[in-house]
Design a protein around this ligand. Sequence first.
Ligand code: DON
Length: 553
Amino acid sequence: MRHLIASLWLCLFSCTTLAQTNQAAIATAHPLATKAGFEILQQGGNAFDAAVAVTAALAVVEPAGSGLGGGGFWLLHRAEDDYQVMIDGREMAPGKAHRDMYLNSDGQFEPDWSLNGPLAAGIPGVPAGLVHLSQKYGVLPLETSLQPAVQYAEQGFAVTVGYQHLAGFRRDTLRQYPEAARIFLDKGEVPAIGSKIRQPDLAATLKAIARQGKAGFYQGKTAERLVTAVQQHGGIWTHADLNNYEIIERKPVSGDYLGNQITSVALPSSGGLVLMLALNQLATFDLQQADLTQRRHWVVEAMRRAYFDRSRYLGDADFIDVPGHLTTPAYGRELSRSIDDDRASSSDALPLNEAAGENTTHFSIIDQHGNRVAATLSINYPFGSGFVAEGTGVLLNDEMDDFSAKEGTANVYGLVGNEANAVEPYKRPLSSMSPTFIENDQRLMIIGTPGGSRIISMVLLGLLDFVDGDSAEQIVAAPRYHHQYLPDVIQLEKDGFSEAEIKALQQRGHAIKQMTRRYGDMQTVIVNKQSGRIEAASDPRGEGLAEVRLIRP
Ligand code: DON
């Protein structure tokens, strides 16, 4: 009882504190997106309106990562009634998609078909997501929340080092599609730092959505242009596919880890399930007392088993039956029993058969009322499929590559899967995007990151560091390691681990792959419920901006 009263008091205190301080925090992968979010909060919008503004702004200023031509997941927490929901705006396979569509006449997987050009593109969910978020959860008109993005598209944004890097990586694909090359390259070359990327067609498409809602994208002139161009370049979209696209509200995955309440994404993202699979195993070990190598060993072994279950059981739950026991603590305990405290397991020796990437975007928002949004959005590979339908400014995704094109054959992130994630008409490809909330009596955190298959392991490490009491800055900066069942190696981030630390893991039988780069672009917000203090941090590896500001009532 005393405990109950204490928690009640804490909650009241924290709510009052948040309300009284009028603080809001936004962490995104681009300073202009963070600015757009705050503009909307200052105009009386809530976190959900700000999420609309940030999503649309990122679609303009971070075109390599997400956009109107892509999809994603928004995880919401509404403060007035503690309502939590996941907005599934994941792309959907077109009606003419079929299981073997990415296999050549010899039955071999052709990665180029699922990665480059419009055949690689699922039906986008972001435009429908913007409309849904604004109409159902926002308080401002959609037109107001889209305004900053329209302005950025018309006036242009400046090319950065990060933009140059990704445009260089995808230059050859962008060059194949003149409309994409015209917008994102400069005479076929990577544009100079500081030069402006202007997107007037995209501004017009955003304005059509602002005026007509969903119809501004999925019907009428925009739809006509999209379908015509996609079909002309070998794609299979139809008007019916666009018309049929729906946002789905889903119950988030939730669970407890040592008194910390976890809320994360449900299928068709594997993120929430894989996180709970790993945390339920880790709850059986004393991570806090363990030395660093012991801790990393247990975490890697838990990742191995959790990603293993991803590869064999997970896909779009509207199409397949997913075992119900996966997130139970009992199953986690059972999985953990095969972990040897001193020796690495072998992935091949697990009762069967899975791998990684870079781009996509995540943002975290809390408003002055305590409403929260964690959203991870993607067009998959940098600059998606590289294809823009003339006159729309919309860069299409290549999310079809997240399906398992052929059983046992790895996709671009090295992930393998089976029937559960095979291509089917109207099915949504299995994702790793993991926008997540974690909360205990003292603090709450909003977290997520891009990074292909490594997203889940990055969020897992972030959650464990939060449980240890680390700050937002520490969490986004911490060195990262990853294991995804197959390949059976620990991937270590460049410069993150000393020789001695690496050796200690090798001595336990782990194979190590030292990566040549750093990865991830994590955006977090942490609220200290007792002091009311809010921290926000943006990954030092990226070019984002995290800020806490006072919102004038
Ligand atoms: O949904 C997924 O899991 C992938 N399409 C995410 C891609 C990604 O994070 C690429 N960036 N690093």
